[in-house]
Each structure stands twice: as C-alpha cells, then as structure tokens.
Design a protein around this ligand. Structure first.
Ligand code: ADP
Length: 484
C-alpha cells in the first residue's frame, strides 16, 4: 500500500483478513496498523535482548561458583527469575538412577533422596524419551501421561516441563519443572529453560570437576599426614639406631685404646732388644707391627673424633691460625708420600691469607685428611694442587681453600653422600698398608670428621667434580670456607 503512486494514495484498499474476510480500508488506517506492528516487533526484539543479557549474566554467576551444592541451588534460583514454576529439580543421571542435586518449592519433609527416581528401562520412561529426542518435553497434564509416576505424599501439579542437561552432546540429566494448573508452560518457556540449561550444564560440569579435585586434594592431604606420621616414626627409629651406633663407636674406641697402648709398648720394647736388632728379618717384622699399630691408633682416634662430633662434645681451642703456613707444612710432610707415587703436590699457588681464629689441631686434621684423599684417589703421575683466597666482600669475611686433584672424580649423586660417616664409593682395596696408596681403603670417616670440624667452626665444606671416571680422570675439588 505504501508503494502506491501518490495519485492513488487517497483510494481505499481491499484487505484480506486472516479469517478470510475481505474489507475496504483507508490507506491511513493501514499505515497506522503497520506502525503498530513495527513497534510490537521492536518490543519483542527488546525483550529478546534483555533475556540474552540476563542469560549471559546468569551464566557468569553460575560459573563463578565452584561448589557443586552451591551451583545446583543457584541454577534453580536463577531459573526462577526467567520462568515461573512452582516446583523444580536439577537431576543428574548415575547409572539407572536420576539423582536429585537441588530442589526448590517442595513441601518440608522431602529430602533429595526421596525425590530421586529410578530410570525404567522402557521407551516411554520420561527421561529415556528426553535422552532419545535430546529435546525438552512439555506435558499439559501429567494425568494423561500413562507411565507418569507421582509421589503419593506430593500434591499433584498438572503441568510438567523437562529439559535435558546436555554436555558434549550427551544428556547427563535434566531440569524438571512443574506447575499446578494444566498447560501452564508454553513454547517460550521451553526455549528459555533450554537456553538456561546449556549454561547450567557447563557450570555443573565445572563444579563436578572442582569437587573431584577438592576430594582428591583432601585424600592427598590425609595421605601426606599419614606418611608424615610414618616418616616421623621412622626418623625417630633411625635417630635411636644412629645413637646406638655412635654409642658403640664411642665405647669400642675407648675399649680398644688400652690394648693398643699395651701392644704398642711391647712392640717398642721388642724393637730395643739386642737379638732383634741383630736380625734384619726380625727388625722388619717389628716395624711392620709398629706401623700396623700406628694405623690402628689413627682409626681409633677417628672413631673418637666422630663420637665427639655426634655428641656435640668437640671442644675448640681457638687461636689465630695462618692457613698458608699450616698448609705448606702439611704439604711438606706429605711430600715423600706424593713423590713415591710420582704425584705433584703443589702448594705454591697459596697467597698470604688473613689469619682465622680456629683450632689449629683440628684444622690440621681436616686439611691433612682432604689432601691425603686427593693423593689416594689420584693415579700415579697425577697432580694435587692447593689454592686459596680471601672473600672480603661477604659477611662475615671468609677464607676459602680449594684442594684440586686429577683423580678418578666423584659421581654427582655421591657429592653430598661422601660426607656421611662410613660412606665409601666403589670397591676399595680393603687391605692397604699405606695411607696414600691409590684407592687404599679407609674406615670411611675422614670426610665425616672434616664436615664436623668445619661446621664446629661455622664454616662450609663441599665437593665438586665432573663425575666419576677412572679412565678419563675428571678429578675432584674440595672447597673449605672458614669465617675469618
Ligand atoms: P675413606 O677415604 O676412609 O674411605 P672418606 O670419608 O675420607 O673415607 O671418603 C669417603 C669416600 O669419598 C671415599 O671412599 C671415596 O669414595 C670418596 N672420596 C673422597 N675424596 C675423594 C677424592 N679426592 N676423589 C675421589 N673420591 C673421593
């Protein structure tokens, strides 16, 4: 009508009404009617936009909560803002059961368990039909639905709307809404609940996963607690065993000292006897006995040192110690042993160092032990080098000594373990006479004592090596840091 030529604009128009009747209508009336129609369309569009916004808001609110209980309750609460209903349920399928996660509008005395229902293995089971169609189902009056099962105690609501909860194309449950009067739900309600249900399904899944993680965390927590108790018990047991071991070392070292002193005294007497001195074989036998006793003596002393370190009874007699001088003396004393194995023992790199306030005897034992180890684990023809430096920009200031060898090296996993008492790597030659013999056996106490001595001086000791390799000989470096 609006596109009619202006000359015909005033003419009435024949209109066919929806009921089939024909009428004459003035063009102005038609224009008016059309503009009313447009405003209606605008109103519908407006409503749709508001609805989309509120659905989006609801979706956001739903996914902001992660507890399964809260989310399901909220679904029904938010749904009520969009669609009018009297009683509502959120149900999830678990095997042959529809479990109620949340309910709203039910009379007091109905638990979620009361409202959960079995899924019957028939086609007309209402949930099975929803699953099969993957679409909402609306029933105007449940009394007309033959396989409807109604809880006796529950007042009858005639209208029912069931909407599938779909996750990754699978129906995982449904939202069930009822109203007392017949035919209460319309197509719009169906569309709305469906839009809502897709948001709800995602929120439910998130919450379910979150619940699973929370439960798993709680389970882990209890496991950790149990393990901690077990570990504490084991630790206590180990501490008791370690104490027993320390006590044993202490007692046996003390007990061994007396007979060693006696044997040592008799050996001295033997050595002085005329007939022995006149017989070369007898002289070498006696000196063999004496060097054996000396070794035994050293071992017993190491055992006593360890016992003192373990019992925290290592007393320091502190005085100013010039480490450069002390290390040079040790090198000089070990020079013959090094030469016997063509090992170059080099102390010449040592600069003058500030004095440290320390126990000179214990430091002597510490460095001697590490240098002897350097000789012991370096094959003939190698090199052991001692260097040092003062660290004056740290608090406190330190002197750091490094003992570097060109020996068999230490595997990374043993770099810390070697400082444990009785720890030895590889197979050592158990019967060795010389203290600096290549890979000669020892009681495995040297580095444990070294660590005890360094710690008693508030210092630090550690080893570095590119690994253990008897052919490539990567060497090892032992560092000792002592506060000045
Ligand atoms: P011991 O020498 O009596 O066995 P230590 O406590 O002195 O005991 O040393 C423990 C272990 O550390 C040794 O058995 C050896 O395996 C390793 N070790 C110590 N020093 C070195 C070194 N310089 N090079 C290679 N391995 C070493």
């Amino acid at each position: 009508a609006l596109t009619r030529p202006t000359t015909l604009f005033e003419e009435p128009i024949i209109i066919c009404f929806p009921d089939g009747r024909l009428r004459l209508i003035n063009a102005y009336v038609l224009i008016l009617a059309q503009s009313h129609l447009l405003s209606l369309v605008y109103q519908v569009e407006q409503n749709r936009r508001q609805l989309a916004e509120s659905l989006e808001r609801i979706g956001r609110e739903l996914s902001s909560s992660l507890s399964l209980k809260k989310v399901t309750k909220r679904i029904l609460k938010e749904l009520f803002k969009v669609v009018t209903y009297e009683r509502g349920l959120v149900m999830l399928q678990q095997d042959n059961y529809l479990h109620v996660l949340a309910k709203r509008g039910f009379p007091a005395g109905f638990t979620r368990e009361d409202l959960s229902i079995p899924i019957r293995p028939t086609e007309d089971d209402i949930f099975n039909r929803i699953v099969a169609r993957n679409e909402p189902i609306r029933i105007g009056d449940v009394l007309t639905y033959t396989s409807w099962s109604q809880l006796d105690r529950l007042p009858l609501n005639h209208s029912w709307l069931g909407v599938p909860l779909v996750l990754r194309e699978r129906v995982i449950g449904m939202i069930s809404l009822t109203r007392a009067e017949q035919n209460a739900f319309n197509e719009d309600d169906e569309t709305l609940v469906l839009a809502f249900a897709s948001q709800a399904a995602v929120a439910l899944e998130n919450a379910r996963l979150y619940d699973e993680i929370t439960q798993f965390n709680e389970h882990l927590e209890t496991m950790v607690q149990q393990r901690t108790v077990e570990l504490n018990q084991t630790n206590a047991l180990l501490a008791r065993l370690d104490k027993t071991k320390s006590d044993f070392i202490n007692v046996s070292a003390h007990e061994l000292r007396t007979p060693i002193t006696v044997i040592s005294g008799y050996a001295q007497m033997l050595k002085g006897l005329q007939p022995i001195q006149e017989n070369d074989t007898a002289v070498s036998i006696v000196s063999g006995i004496m060097s054996g006793i000396e070794r035994l003596h050293n071992i017993v002393n190491s055992m006593l040192d360890i016992a003192k370190i373990d019992n925290n009874t290592l007393h320091l007699h502190r005085e100013a110690v010039d480490l450069t001088e002390q290390l040079n003396t040790i090198c000089l004393n070990l020079e013959a042993d090094a030469q016997a194995r063509q090992i170059e023992l080099d102390c010449s790199q040592l600069p003058p160092l500030p004095a440290v306030t320390a126990d000179p005897d214990l430091l002597g034992k510490l460095f001697r032990g590490i240098i002897i180890n350097g000789l012991k684990y370096t094959p003939d023809g190698g090199r052991v080098e001692i260097s040092g430096r003062a660290l004056m920009d740290t608090t406190p200031n330190y002197v750091e000594i490094a003992i570097r060898d060109t020996g068999i090296g230490i595997a990374a996993e043993n770099l810390e373990l070697i400082f444990e008492k009785f720890f030895q790597t590889g197979e050592l030659l158990v019967h060795s006479s010389g203290q600096t013999k290549f890979k000669g056996g020892g009681p495995g106490l040297g580095l444990a004592i070294a660590k005890g001595i360094v710690q008693a001086h508030n210092g630090k000791i550690w080893a570095a090596s590119a690994g253990y390799d008897e052919e490539r000989l990567p060497g090892s470096t032992f560092f000792v840091r002592l506060p000045i």
